[in-house]
Design a protein around this ligand. Structure first.
Ligand SMILES: Cc1cc2nc3c(=O)[nH]c(=O)nc-3n(C[C@H](O)[C@H](O)[C@H](O)COP(=O)(O)OP(=O)(O)OC[C@H]3O[C@@H](n4cnc5c(N)ncnc54)[C@H](O)[C@@H]3O)c2cc1C
Length: 407
């Protein structure tokens, strides 16, 4: 039953980092925008973000739960390589708090927040398209009741396996994903006291085929809690058992568990993000997570910004053409990083022998510098092209087996 009939310039479906950023930018540009999000579920996520996110999207540093000073890479034979951050930190956000802060900011800028679940895209009269949604319980709707909104454009930011995408962009039906699962535990006293292999100021990244046959496992500290997780695209691999094993190995089996949860992580940008008429996908819905690292928050926000600008152009020109440029605009900036990380994941995560070599490579000061520059600042510094050449030759030497796995 239809109860409400409102017309917007744009409706953003999904209020995660991508959708909240898109709604915020569209509202700032003066458009009438609705942000539709189903409330009630905190996004499963390790919550690691680079400081560049704070700078690029005007997010206050006070939102961080913790600031991490380095990473430890751990090989299948338990060799460790420490990668201290020379000048900076990795931020840790609590997604319940962080996402809500982004949604409220969009509302302050003028976006209309609507709580409910997207159901379907409806009829289009050429100018406007319908969006049907089921209102949240708090909006006082009776069971099964749906409402319809109308807009000139719809931004699908409803995450991996996007419902908006499935109904509008054919290649969104089968995204390439890994499934990631983590357990959030209370940080035990002995970890805080330094009597543990875990350091509350360090992210541990574990490369071990028994914990993940094709991705990695992690321990990310968040102050009062730790995220302990793993990911894989292999059907039938038990990621719950892998996390149980990891917790046991780390002496964290009896740490009180706060939450256990999992979700897919897209591993490849979709070939197309728009339907040529009304709809543009962004964030996980468009597949923009960095391969190999699984870093998606920064890229979701960057994609939300590009999506908002494309919709803005489309509204100004009364044409859907700017929508189809969003993908190439985003990939022009981030495509090379995605390509390199994709090749890296396919090759180095392929077997324990290769994982062992990969961890060894991380000892190299040039590799560490390149890794931190590209992660923390989202840029590759070309000031020292010789360093890139050295990384390239060392990489090739490992690829060809000219160096021992532990060299
Ligand atoms: C276990 C795990 C660990 C991760 N760790 C990290 C990490 O440490 N660092 C990092 O950068 N990235 C990490 N990621 C990836 C990161 O979480 C995502 O890439 C990022 O959240 C994508 O943002 P988004 O806004 O595109 O989608 P999402 O964050 O998934 O947001 C989608 C939004 O859409 C809403 N929604 C969905 N369906 C509907 C519907 N039908 N109607 C209305 N609303 C709907 C949801 O409520 C949600 O608010 C991790 C992912 C997983 C699964």
């Amino acid at each position: 039953m239809q109860q409400q009939d409102s017309t917007y310039d744009a409706i953003v479906v999904g209020g995660g980092p991508a959708g909240a950023t898109a709604a915020h930018q569209l509202a700032l540009k003066g458009h009438r925008v609705a942000l539709l999000d189903r409330a009630g579920r905190i996004k499963p996520c390790g919550g690691a973000v680079p400081p560049q996110l704070l700078a690029d999207f005007d997010v206050p540093r006070s939102i961080l739960e913790a600031e991490i000073s380095g990473a430890r890479m751990i090989s299948p034979t338990a060799r460790t390589v420490d990668m201290p951050i020379p000048d900076g930190f990795v931020g840790m956000v609590d997604r319940g708090h962080f996402d809500e802060w982004l949604r409220s900011r969009s509302a302050t800028a003028g976006a209309e927040r609507i709580t409910g679940s997207f159901v379907a895209l409806g009829e289009s009269d050429g100018e406007l398209i319908e969006v049907e949604y089921r209102p949240g319980k708090q909006e006082g709707a009776s069971k099964g009741q749906t409402h319809t909104l109308r807009a000139r454009f719809v931004v699908g930011a409803d995450g991996a396996h996007s419902r908006v995408g499935k109904q509008s962009v054919p290649c969104a039906a089968r995204p390439n994903t890994v499934f990631a699962y983590h357990e959030i535990v209370e940080t035990p006293e002995h970890v805080v006291a330094g009597d543990s292999p875990i350091d509350p100021m360090r992210c541990d990244v574990i490369y071990d085929g028994k914990l993940s046959p094709d991705f990695y496992s992690w321990v990310f500290p968040h102050g009062k809690t730790l995220s302990i997780g793993t990911g894989t695209a292999v059907n039938g691999f038990s990621i719950r058992s892998a996390v149980t094993t990891l917790r046991k190995d780390l002496g964290l089996e009896s740490a009180p568990t706060v939450r256990t949860e999992g979700a897919p992580i897209p591993m490849k940008p979709l070939k197309r993000w728009d339907d040529g008429k009304h709809v543009l996908l962004c964030g996980d819905a468009a597949g923009v997570v960095a391969p190999a690292s699984g870093e998606g928050i920064y890229y979701a926000m960057a994609c939300g910004e590009v999506a908002a600008d494309s919709v803005h152009q489309a509204l100004l020109t009364h044409s859907a053409k700017p929508l189809c440029k969003a993908r190439s605009r985003f990939l022009r900036k981030h495509g090379k990083v995605f390509l390199v990380l994709g090749v890296m994941q396919r090759f180095w995560y392929g077997s324990d022998k290769r994982r062992e070599r990969f961890v060894t490579m991380c000892k190299d000061p040039d590799v560490q510098k390149l890794t931190w520059d590209s992660y923390l600042h989202k840029r590759i510094v070309w000031k020292d092209p010789m360093a890139h050449l050295r990384v390239f030759f060392k990489d090739v030497a490992h690829l060809l087996g000219l160096k021992r796995a532990t060299d």
